[in-house]
Design a protein around this ligand. Structure first.
Ligand code: 5AD
Ligand code: SF4
Length: 477
């Protein structure tokens, strides 16, 4: 790495602790950050041994931000007690709450927005090079300002030049296809902190997938805030998401191609046909409805009706064999009545999701909902509705998973099961409880040797609960 004047002055190689909150986008950003730091000669470590702690943060709900404030509070105490520590806030909170962080958290030394990751190593080194009294900030322009094209180019370089061997799993990796969001759902902070939607050109995506697959990552998950809104325009032509799947699918040894998260409005027929026709595109669709009620969907600015959502689910069922759905729901959005809530419960039953994530509405400052609508559903009602939707989801999840009993599914083994992680080491390496994922993204638990990790295997399903399939090994593929 080139030594700038700053780096010469900076003599320490630092031990860095990085904690990640939030979505897949943050998980990928953290992987890329860790690699940039390693290339810079620094070492990743646990929080007790760290010279630098970095929080890669999420602003989607208040709860996620409060967790980070509490971590920073703990760091402030440690610093006050004399520990030498650089504290950095990266990601969505760095963009949304930078004024708050400056005011409330004097122990924070650096703040780096999601679009400025290429500057993070420099910021840390500047903070370490004796300039810790000063707050080091790299922040994204607001949506009203012109985009910073140089920052976009440098950010693209971070993805394009990533080390394929740095992906935390030896068989799976995320690849970003787009950044930002233009949908402006009335409750959501993402368009403000992640900026305008921007699709990457197809060729560098292809090269990145190929490089990862050649390094053994045979299951690739394409990610974007609304991944299926992907649209790369050049002149008069446009490459849409279905085209991108078709472009990537033939890559040799790419066994599974997945994508998250989808927006119902942009789920066109070519995507469903690509899922049907391309053998390595997995039949799993995470397509959050947020609510089953038209009144709520309109207030949320989701841009579709309940009927249109149902039509999409029916078309997916008709076109894509064995398609599996996952959903997100928000309960207690302003004005949500019992009837609206029951419509969400009914939608869970109708769609029969494999799993649903249910969130209590959390007003985010600056969003249309926070500005214009009173947060008028009491906390106790939100909690009750949250539990009710989860109970319905458990019922449909159980029926969904049970429908696999007696069938054989292909599983990519991800390693020992969580239960096994907590147990003492087994007597022989041949008898552990392993965990993997089916093509439909089911969690599958079975017994086998640890050496199966990162391999594909056929499992005969013998039992199920609301979230998990259980089975026995048939054969190694
Ligand atoms: N309050 C509660 N849940 C939210 N989500 C996004 N914004 C909010 C909010 N203000 C949920 C949506 C989205 C998921 C990632 O987080 O369900 O799909
Ligand atoms: Fe947020 Fe809506 Fe964009 Fe999803 S589609 S990131 S919920 S604004």
């Amino acid at each position: 790495m080139v030594c700038s004047g700053l780096r010469v002055e900076f003599s320490l190689l630092m031990n860095i602790y990085l904690e990640t909150f939030g979505c897949q986008m943050n998980r990928l950003d953290s992987e890329l950050i860790a690699e940039l730091l390693r290339v810079g000669g620094h070492t990743m470590t646990d929080s007790a041994a760290a010279d630098v702690v970095l929080y890669n943060t999420c602003s989607v709900r208040d709860h996620a931000e409060q967790k980070v404030y509490s971590r920073i509070g703990r760091d402030a105490k440690a610093k006050a007690a004399g520990r030498k520590l650089i504290v950095g806030v990266v990601g969505c909170m760095a963009q949304r709450a930078k004024a708050d962080l400056r005011r409330r958290c004097p122990c924070v030394d650096l703040i780096c927005s999601p679009g400025q990751l290429h500057r993070l190593v420099g910021l840390i080194e500047a903070a370490a090079a004796g300039k810790a009294a000063k707050l080091h900030i790299a922040s994204d322009p607001g949506r009203a300002e012109p985009p910073d094209q140089e920052a976009q180019r440098l950010l693209e370089e971070v993805d394009r030049t990533r080390n394929p061997l740095a992906a935390p799993s030896a068989s799976q990796a995320f690849v970003r296809v787009m950044r930002g969001c233009n949908k402006f759902c009335s409750y959501c902070i993402v368009p403000f902190v992640r900026g305008a939607e921007h699709s990457r050109p197809p060729q560098p995506i292809y090269e990145e997938v190929k490089k990862l697959v050649e390094a053994g990552r045979s299951e690739i998950t394409l990610i974007g805030q609304t991944v299926n809104s992907y649209c790369y325009r050049q002149g008069d032509s446009a490459v849409r998401f279905g085209d991108l799947l078709e472009f990537l699918s033939p890559i040799a040894d790419l066994r599974r191609l997945r994508f998250v998260t989808s927006h119902p409005v942009d789920f066109d027929r070519p995507i469903l046909e690509a899922m049907r026709d391309l053998p390595n595109v997995c039949p799993y669709i995470h397509v959050p409805p947020q609510s089953g009620s038209d009144a709520m969907l309109a207030a949320m600015n989701r841009k579709y009706t309940r009927g249109e959502y149902d039509t999409l689910i029916d078309a997916a069922r008709e076109i894509v064999p064995d398609v599996v759905f996952a959903g997100d729901f928000i309960v207690g959005f302003p004005g949500e009545t019992e009837e609206d809530h029951l419509a969400s419960a009914e939608l869970i039953r109708r769609t029969s999701y494999k799993n649903s994530f249910v969130f209590k509405y959390s007003p985010r400052p600056g969003t249309q909902a926070a500005k214009k609508l009173a947060d008028d559903v009491p906390e106790a009602v939100k909690k009750h509705r949250n539990n009710e939707l989860l109970a319905v989801q458990r019922e449909v999840g159980l029926a969904h998973h049970r429908s696999y009993v007696g069938r054989s599914v292909e599983v990519l083994v991800t390693g020992p099961s969580r239960r096994c992680d907590k147990q003492p080491a087994p007597a022989t390496a041949d008898s552990m409880q392993l965990m993997g994922r089916s093509r439909g993204d089911h969690i599958v638990i079975f017994d086998g040797p640890r050496s199966l990790t990162d391999q594909y295997i056929t499992i005969k399903i013998t039992d199920a609960n609301d979230l998990t399939l259980f089975g026995e090994m048939e054969e190694l593929q």
